[in-house]
Design a protein around this ligand. Structure first.
Ligand code: IVH
Length: 727
């Protein structure tokens, strides 16, 4: 439908419209701008609804939409029936019969913060002719992120199901929807005098079911779905209903759109509130979001019920913000909440625009995805010499924070995603997970993009980089490399290690530049008098820092061991070692086989610790530190068992299967252990995580059959352990 050149131009135009200020609404240029806005909006609708592959975020789309609405409000004479503001986005495909909806299926207006919601409340009161100080009751429920469906029941039987289509006419998908167990094939509407009804809802896939579908596709060598929404909307339109059935779709019903008696008289006014219509649908056997204390609501979400009737907008705001925080704990993907005037009588007073009801609004959660440009790739040297490529992005807002530096992990990651400098990239940040690059938008390239060239020399000390056989990462092996020294000091003082408050990254970098720090020992012989003279420091900060450092000197030795930046030695394994030692320097006398007696210390880690403690330079460093008052003797704390492990995978068991592409099995296991996981020997109901590489076989099948094991790809595993253990 669109050539790649046309797409490129429309994409550029979108960004220009987004980031150049709106002209005077009454000027000539506003009229031209409206035409531009219409063409880019049409393009993005097509990307989103037909291609299932949007190139801008929903937030950006909404901004463009609002710009056009603003101009059209001032120039109603310019509004043509085919303007994107005059219809809901079309997603008709030729493959299915088309059916007309009983009443038009509209879209929702969007809100993003408390202020928008307050404005909405004010507008509702005005439309209803209510006093400003009065309170309107609202029904608030999740905004499910799947595919919209309309179900028509006649004489208590499911007659047909359809997608939303253009809002007037949709694709008939009855056979596919009949396979959904959450949709009853018959329901006792006649008990309530209803002969014909249309229900609206959303077909979605649970997040864990989605993960399993992707793991299966991975095994079968098929392309993976980007998210549960894509898997769901694809599932609605499967040609073969059996295929749709195995997608594990479920339908949540959120609206009674039409209800009439045998003579065709509407019965909608029989329900005083939206809430009562939803309760009735629940009673008739449909899946509806649960109110506070229903047994159905238990286990869904964490603290808050799925839906709530709020007596005023103040409670609506609190409920929406609460859900924004607990969104990740919900088993389904939701992209916001929907707020509806509860009274149907008041709804009728509010009425509709061509696009949305005036009695409802969506509260959109902060976007987790955005597109931006990759300006450059820099190579950073970590505390153990690992050279990590870091994407330098044009700053972009993601779920409430500005993102501009994102790890690209290793050479293989860049190669497999074919990421080039100058590319537009899709960035995602889900929950507390570190932001990452989902993909490069290669169709937007103009030929000026450059491949990422991996350095052969350390970008800091210029020594030759090496790639150990069992790793995916290039390393600088010069332990004296400035970058490594500084990174080791930063790690040494960090929360997980010696926990020295007031000695963060910038302080260390500053002291290093001043020539005060050459090795971690220097941290324990700072001249506090001199420090107090430093700009921005003063007596008080100097004394505080001195206190923090004196306190750290008394730390248990497991903290000291962890703080030494020995590759793969995490907090948990440090504790295991500390429990065996009277004095840290005992390790200088340990032979390699001594390590084998300690559970969870594998051969890779054993070799790393052994080498560290058979290096003269390191032993001298520790002796110097002891001379400066740092504790090297086992404390009572060190004798305690390392039960409560820490790290991103603490308390979880993990198993690897299939061929890993960026790590060897050994390195992967060491990483998992350093992240706090225990290594399992086989698939059982005690297993928490199975990481699947290529050509995974029976273990994957067994884990899927159990249904309790989380199945991760290698990339997901790397994401989860990266931050804590990289370097
Ligand atoms: S009510 C006339 N409630 O959001 C009001 N819509 O832009 C129509 N959606 O694709 C919508 N959860 O399928 C409503 N609890 C909910 C919803 C919901 C998801 C979807 C809907 C449509 C989009 C509206």
């Amino acid at each position: 439908m669109y050539t790649s050149e046309a797409q490129r131009a429309l994409y550029d135009l979108s960004k220009k419209l987004l980031y150049t200020p709106q002209a005077d609404l009454f000027s000539e240029s506003a009229i031209e701008r409206a035409e531009d806005l219409r063409s880019v909006l049409r393009y993005h609708e097509w990307r989103y609804s037909i291609q299932n592959d949007p190139v801008i975020s929903d937030f950006e789309y909404d901004q463009l939409y609002k710009q056009l609405e603003a101009i059209e409000r001032e120039h109603p004479e310019l509004v043509s029936p085919d303007s994107p503001t005059q219809r809901v986005s079309a997603d008709l495909t030729a493959d299915f019969d088309q059916v007309a909806h009983l009443t038009p299926m509209l879209s929702l207006d969007n809100s993003y913060d408390a202020e928008d919601l307050t404005d909405f409340d004010t507008a509702v009161k005005k439309l209803c002719g209510l006093p400003k100080e009065s309170d309107v009751e609202y029904a608030v429920e999740p905004k499910f992120d799947g595919g919209t469906v309309a179900l028509v029941f006649e004489n208590d039987r499911l007659l047909r199901a359809a997608t939303r289509g253009n809002g007037e006419v949709g694709d008939e998908i009855t056979l596919n929807m009949r396979t959904l167990r959450s949709i009853p094939l018959q329901a006792a509407f006649s008990k309530y005098g209803i002969a014909k009804a249309e229900l609206r809802g959303e077909a979605i896939i649970r997040k864990d079911v989605f993960e399993k579908i992707n793991a299966k596709r991975l095994e079968a060598g098929e392309t993976l779905f980007a998210n549960p929404r894509n898997a769901a909307t694809g599932g609605l339109r499967m040609k073969d209903p059996k295929e749709a059935a195995i997608r594990g779709l479920e339908a949540f019903i959120y609206q009674l759109g039409y209800a009439a008696d045998a003579a065709g008289n509407s019965l909608l006014d029989k329900f005083p509130t939206h809430n009562e219509s939803i309760l009735l649908l629940g009673e008739l056997g449909f899946k509806t979001p649960a109110l506070a204390t229903s047994p159905q609501g238990e286990g869904l979400g964490v603290g808050l019920p799925e839906r709530r009737i709020c007596p005023s907008i103040t409670e609506v705001i609190a409920f929406c913000e609460g859900w924004q925080n607990q969104r990740e704990t919900y088993p389904y993907e939701i992209d916001g909440m929907v707020i509806k005037v509860n009274s149907l009588e008041l709804q009728a007073r509010c009425g509709y625009t061509a696009h949305h009801p005036r009695w409802a609004i969506a509260f959109k959660f902060k976007a987790r995805q955005a597109t931006t440009r990759l300006r450059d790739v820099e190579f950073q040297v970590g505390k153990t010499g690992a050279v990590t490529p870091v994407a330098k992005l044009e700053p972009v807002q993601l779920a409430g924070v500005t993102v501009q530096n994102v790890s690209l992990h290793n050479e293989e990651f860049i190669r497999s995603k074919d990421i080039r400098i100058g590319d537009q990239v899709l960035v995602e940040r889900a929950g507390d997970v570190i932001p990452y690059i989902v993909k490069a938008l290669d169709e937007l390239r103009d030929g000026r993009e450059r491949p990422v060239v991996y350095p052969t020399l350390c970008p800091v000390c210029q020594s030759l980089l090496v790639k150990p056989e069992d790793e995916a990462i290039w390393r600088c092996e010069n332990a004296e490399c400035e970058a490594q020294v500084v990174q080791r000091m930063i790690f040494h003082t960090s929360k997980h290690a010696m926990d020295i408050e007031g000695m963060g990254e910038s302080t260390i970098e500053r002291f290093f530049k001043l020539g005060w720090l050459h090795s971690i020992a220097d941290i324990y012989r700072l001249d506090y008098g001199q420090l107090a003279q430093l700009e921005g420091f003063g007596e008080k900060s100097a004394t505080n820092l001195q206190k923090a450092i004196e306190k750290a000197k008394q730390n248990p030795i497991y903290r000291l061991l962890h703080s030494l930046s020995i590759h793969h030695l995490g907090q948990k394994t440090s504790k295991l070692l500390a429990a065996e030692l009277e004095h840290v320097l005992d390790l200088a006398h340990w032979e390699l086989d001594r390590y084998e007696q300690i559970k969870d210390v594998g051969p890779v880690l054993a070799r790393n610790v052994y080498h560290f403690f058979h290096n003269e330079h390191n032993l001298e460093l520790l002796q110097t530190m002891e001379g400066l008052g740092v504790n090297l003797r086992q404390t009572e704390d060190d004798k305690k068992p390392a039960s409560a492990a820490e790290g991103p995978l603490a308390g979880r068991s993990i198993l690897f299967t299939g061929t890993l592409t960026t790590l060897t099995r050994e390195a992967a296991e060491a990483r998992a252990a350093a992240a706090g996981a225990t290594l399992a020997s086989g698939v059982s109901k005690n297993l928490s995580i199975l990481v699947v590489g290529e050509k995974a076989g029976s273990k994957l099948k067994k884990a899927q059959a159990l249904g309790t094991v989380e199945i991760w790809t290698e990339a997901e595993f790397l994401e989860r352990v990266q931050e804590e253990t990289a370097g």
